[in-house]
Design a protein around this ligand. Structure first.
Ligand code: EZ4
Ligand code: CO
Length: 403
């Protein structure tokens, strides 16, 4: 079998997606996701100008060799654009291999370790009462794990708490980045109050999660972790930017609060120290950004020997194609933790017909061969690319902040 053609399809059914379609000389094809939110066209150029010409005529069964060819062969390793391009190709190649074997992808990865995949969804609100109401509504729909975020009183809504700022919850696409306002001082005492109220209202069965979005220092995160301990959170996500991996030792010294990290990581090297020193509890790499099925399987296997569990990033800008790939990995590995699933807009569901399905707080992969997600190119043609950006954040004095 040979790779005959590779198409890159850019479409915006509510948000932009970069989708790879690898077509073989035997008529089999595979679909991959290569979306980097806000930097889509850089990946398109990387694929069209530099990757695709080198892959035409190659054997699509040699997935590991093609992965290494693109990773080592480029000389310039790692980075979100390179790794999204590799991811898109890798996901499509696994889809082809599973179709050639006439199996659902999870079977090629070792078979089924579980029947259903626990997910969490998001609730945001402008004040604590609004968040509590939202959590109660989701719980009534059968969710067993929920991420809760609240706006800071007196400041405009921040990411995750107001409809205009939260792309992951279906918020507006912004042609220029929205500028949000951040205050650590006002945020720190607010979050424990939110979770106290949530526990009083929903009890102790529900898993509650919170995303700090890289905004604190290690000692501040340690304080927040301690303050949240009475409310038994499932995890505290991205408490601190993770370039300085040793910084997480400080958090560990002070709190038993489980920590989740890694949605912006691209390779195993980005999380090597965090995992090997057991500084985190959940690793949040996702197929589209961390090297496809090959990349995340390698990271999760490495994590498994350190008691670190998987938690693939799964907001709305991780397309249903990457979600499908994630779910097959989630189903197969021994150390699955949880899967983020924001759901998708109707237009997105229609453009990516998929075998996976939600039932209450769980997703199932379905039994379609391959990863079970396709692209309807006629629908895609109706939604051209639109320039769109995630927000940025500044402190109240104007200093640029992590968000
Ligand atoms: O900010 O998907 O846990 N999920 C998140 C997401 C990310 C966006 C970035 O593209 O933090 O909402
Ligand atoms: Co996050």
């Amino acid at each position: 079998m040979k790779i005959k053609d590779i198409k890159v399809i850019v479409a915006s059914p509510g948000r932009n997606f970069v989708t790879v379609k690898i077509i073989t000389d035997e008529g089999l094809y595979g679909i991959g996701d290569a979306t980097v939110n806000g930097r889509e066209k850089a990946v398109v150029s990387y694929l069209v100008d530099h990757v695709i010409p080198c892959l035409i005529g190659r054997d699509p069964m040699q997935i590991e060799d093609i992965w290494q060819y693109l990773y080592k062969g480029a000389y310039w390793r790692r980075g979100p654009i390179t790794m999204a391009a590799i991811s898109g190709i890798d996901i499509a190649l696994w889809d082809i291999k599973a179709k050639a074997a006439n199996m659902p992808l999870y079977q090629l990865l070792g078979g089924s370790s579980r029947e259903r995949i626990m997910i969490y969804q998001h609730v945001g609100g402008l004040d604590i009462n609004e968040v509590v109401e939202g959590v109660v509504r989701l719980k009534e729909r059968g969710l067993v794990a929920i991420r809760a975020q609240v706006s800071i009183p007196g400041l405009p809504p921040i990411y995750g708490t107001g409809p205009s700022t939260d792309q992951s919850a279906g918020g507006m696409i912004q042609a220029r980045p929205v500028e949000e306002v951040w205050s650590t001082h006002k945020y720190m005492p607010l979050v424990p109050k939110l979770f106290e109220k949530l526990r009083d209202t929903v009890g102790w069965d529900l898993h509650l999660l919170h995303d700090v979005h890289h905004r604190l220092t290690p000692i501040e995160a340690a304080r927040l972790g301690k303050d949240l301990e009475p409310f038994r959170l499932f995890w505290l996500e991205d408490p601190v930017p993770a370039e300085l991996q040793e910084g997480f030792r400080l958090i560990r010294q002070h709190t038993t609060q489980p920590i989740a990290l890694g949605e912006i990581f691209n390779t195993i090297w980005d999380c090597q120290q965090l995992i090997a020193e057991q500084l985190i509890d959940y690793i949040r790499v996702t197929s589209v950004h961390a090297g496809g099925v090959t990349g995340i399987k390698r990271i999760f296997d490495f994590a498994s020997i350190y008691h670190v569990r998987s938690a693939c990033h799964g907001p709305m800008d991780v397309s249903p194609v990457a979600m499908g790939a994630n779910l097959h990995v989630d189903r197969a590995i021994p150390n699955f933790g949880i899967q983020e699933y924001s759901g998708y807009l109707e237009e997105t569901h229609a453009m990516f017909p998929h075998a996976f399905a939600q039932s209450g707080g769980y997703l199932t992969t379905g039994e379609a061969i391959g990863h079970g997600v396709d692209i309807d190119e006629k629908i895609a043609a109706k939604y051209p690319y639109e320039a769109a950006y995630l927000p940025v954040a500044r402190a109240e004095d104007g200093t640029m902040w992590s968000w």
